[in-house]
Design a protein around this ligand. Structure first.
Ligand SMILES: [Zn+2]
Length: 229
C-alpha cells in the first residue's frame, strides 16, 4: 500500500506528522482526510495513537494506528503507520480519469474489494456497473456536449443501446465494452451455465475493461495536453 506523510494536530502529542494511505481505503480516491485521535497508549519507548480519519470524498471513516518513537524520553514528531483498517488495497487511476469520473473509480474499487474477498460474482456485477458509469460519463461529456438534454437522453438508454449507438464504428470501444457487458451479465443470470467459471470470466472481463479504461484515459490526455502549440 502506498502511503504519504501529512501534518496534523493530535491532542496527546501536539503537531506531528503521521503516515496515511495515499488513497482512501474505502473509495480509492486520493486521500486528504480529517484526522482525530481516538485513543493513546503510552509506552517507555513510544506513544501509540489510534486515529480515525474521515475521507472528504466519500465521508466514510478509516482507522490507523500510529507509532511515535521516544528518543531520550522525548516523543518524536514523525509517526509510522503500523496498521490500517480496512486493509484491502485499492486500484489507483490516472488523475485525469479520477477527476473525470470519481463515481467510476468508487464503483470500480467496490468491485475490486469484493474480488479480493473472493466474491467473484459480486465483483463481476460490480465491474459491469462501473463500466456503465464510465461509458455514460464518456458519451455524455465527450461524445455529446455535456448538456442537460444529452444527460436525459443517455439516462434513458440501457447499456447495450448506449454501446450500439455510440461505439458502433469503433472496434476498440465496441469490443472492449461489449465483452465487459456480456461477461458482467453472465454473473447476474439465473440460468448461468453449470460450467461458468467465475474466476476465469472475471480475468477476461477485467482485461477488456482495462482496454476501455486506457482508451478513455488516452482520449482525456489528448483533449487536455500539458503543452499548447
Ligand atoms: Zn473515501
Amino acid at each position: 500500500m502506498k502511503t504519504k506523510i501529512v501534518e496534523t494536530y493530535l491532542s496527546s502529542v501536539g503537531n506531528g506528522k503521521i503516515e496515511i494511505p495515499t488513497l482512501c481505503p474505502n473509495c480509492g480516491v486520493s486521500n486528504n482526510p480529517q484526522n482525530s485521535s481516538m485513543g493513546t497508549a503510552m509506552y517507555s519507548d513510544s506513544v501509540i495513537i489510534f486515529i480515525s480519519h474521515i475521507c472528504t470524498s466519500c465521508n466514510v471513516a478509516f482507522q490507523t494506528l500510529q507509532r511515535f518513537n521516544k528518543v531520550n524520553g522525548k516523543t518524536e514528531s514523525n509517526a509510522t503507520m503500523i496498521a490500517v483498517y480496512p486493509s484491502t488495497s485499492t486500484t489507483s487511476f490516472d488523475k485525469k480519469l479520477e477527476n473525470f469520473s470519481p463515481r467510476f473509480v468508487k464503483s470500480y474499487n467496490e468491485a475490486f474489494k469484493a474480488e479480493q474477498e473472493g466474491l467473484f460474482s459480486l465483483a463481476g456485477m460490480g465491474y459491469r456497473a462501473a463500466e456503465e458509469i464510465l461509458i455514460k460519463d464518456f458519451t455524455w461529456k465527450i461524445i455529446e456536449d455535456g448538456s442537460e438534454d444529452a444527460y436525459k437522453k443517455i439516462a434513458k438508454m440501457n447499456l447495450n443501446n448506449t454501446i450500439g449507438h455510440y461505439f458502433k464504428d469503433d472496434d476498440i470501444y465496441l469490443v472492449s465494452t461489449d465483452v465487459v457487458r456480456i461477461n458482467g451479465n453472465g454473473y447476474a443470470h439465473w440460468d448461468k451455465p453449470e460450467d461458468f467459471d467465475d474466476k476465469k470470466q472475471l480475468e477476461e472481463l477485467k482485461s477488456y475493461l482495462n482496454i476501455f479504461i486506457s482508451v478513455v484515459t488516452t482520449k482525456l490526455m489528448i483533449l487536455n495536453p500539458p503543452v499548447s502549440r
